[in-house]
Structure formats: structure tokens, C-alpha cells
Design a protein around this ligand. Sequence first.
Ligand code: SF4
Length: 54
Amino acid sequence: MNCHANKSIECTVSQCAHHCEQENYCSLDRILVGTHEANPTVDQCTDCMSFRKK
Ligand code: SF4
């Protein structure tokens, strides 16, 4: 598998095109995290905006 795992970005979203399948890391140099809530209160309120469907 030719995936450059960024050890600074752990991720378990294996459905994402940027996910390193063998390891739970993102392959991007950086990601953008955002929210879909007006007033985020828990981790479920945040989103990886760099997600791309496989
Ligand atoms: S872009 Fe976001 S969702 Fe996709 S592998 Fe990287 S951290 Fe995970």
C-alpha cells in the first residue's frame, strides 16, 4: 500500500479517500476541521471538512 501516513493526524474514517487503509492515519499534510452546529458542545458536533468519498 503506497499511502503516506501523517502520524500527526489519526483517523478511523476508512470510507474517506485520504485514509491510509492499513493504518488509522490520514495521508494529507493538513486537514480542515469545522462544525455544522451554531454552538458546538461535544465532539460529535465537529466535522473533517477535508473528507472525500472513496
Ligand atoms: S481527510 Fe479527514 S476524514 Fe479523511 S482520512 Fe483525513 S482526517 Fe480522516
